[in-house]
Design a binder for this molecule. Structure first.
Ligand code: NDP
Length: 247
């Protein structure tokens, strides 16, 4: 098979960054990497090119919440990068961990705008390009929080339940075009996620992992590489990946 081009949102850290490294190591992907922190992406590109010099990598700044920016950036990609085969909808965050009555509506907006609306904007912008691919695939980063609701998880859980529903809806809508759709639903993964959730409070962020060994970004990236490597007739639609010790 020819090299497939993969667009990863939120590639500047955690699971997205791990996907970029792991897929580069496979040697059969061209990488389109985006996030808000462009300098992080450029450092990642350098590291990938050092480890895997034959990899083609293109980085660009994108805030998935900005619909106009999403539309125009995807439309204005260089021609050589418009043949997108795979979209990994990974950009996402949790902010705050409080009961609804104490929650901050600005945090709710950030989560809904990024995890739900951002995913929709990117999917809509990229789908016309995916339709042209013979090996098209959308991977949606859901969560255990999209399958269950845990104390104080309220709005984050609601956004990931929305991703769960959208994953099912995309599969139905995109089936006629032969586009595979997969939800990857991790339990606890040690990334910057927890620090973002607690707004830079490193102690609170670290305490989350006490008493268990969390997953790491590579654990998820390796599963995604496996999902992408299945033959054309196989679509793994929905996977839950948990740390062994997480209840
Ligand atoms: P990180 O915080 O390490 O990474 C999140 C990524 O999302 C960053 O690259 C960040 O880039 C990007 N991002 C955030 N907001 C935006 C935005 N508005 N526009 C573009 N990019 C954005 O967390 P993870 O790697 O852990 O999270 C990745 C995904 O996995 C998320 O969807 C998360 O909900 C999900 N997940 C994580 C779990 C965990 O325990 N870690 C468990 C289950 C699911 P930048 O700031 O540069 O824009």
């Amino acid at each position: 098979m020819m090299k497939r081009t993969v667009l990863i949102t939120g590639a500047s850290s955690g699971i997205g960054e791990a996907c970029a490294r792991v897929l580069a190591g496979e040697g059969s992907y061209r990488l389109l990497l985006c996030a808000r922190r462009i300098e992080r992406l450029d450092n990642l590109k350098k590291a990938i090119l050092t480890a895997y010099p034959a990899t083609e990598v293109y980085t660009f700044e994108l805030d998935v919440r900005d619909r106009m920016q999403v539309e125009s950036t995807i439309e204005n990609l260089p021609d050589a990068w418009k043949n997108i085969d795979i979209l990994i909808n990974n950009a996402g965050l949790s902010q705050g961990l409080d009961p609804i009555q104490d929650g901050d509506p600005d945090d709710w907006d950030r989560m809904i705008d990024t995890n739900v609306k951002g995913l929709l904007y990117v999917t809509k912008a990229v789908t016309p390009l995916l339709k042209k691919s013979a090996h098209a695939h959308i991977i949606n980063l859901g969560s255990i929080a999209g399958k269950e609701v845990y104390p104080n998880g309220n709005v984050y859980c609601a956004t990931k339940h929305a991703v769960d529903a959208l994953n099912k809806a995309m599969r139905i809508d995109l089936l006629p075009f032969g586009i595979k759709v997969t939800a990857i639903n991790p339990g606890m993964v040690e990334t910057e996620f927890s620090e973002v959730r607690f707004k830079g409070d490193k102690e609170r962020a670290k305490a989350v992992y006490q008493g268990l060994t969390p997953l790491c970004g590579d654990d998820i990236a390796e599963v995604i590489a496996f999902v992408l490597s299945r033959p054309a007739h196989v679509n793994i639609n929905d996977l839950l990946i948990m740390p062994t010790a997480q209840a």
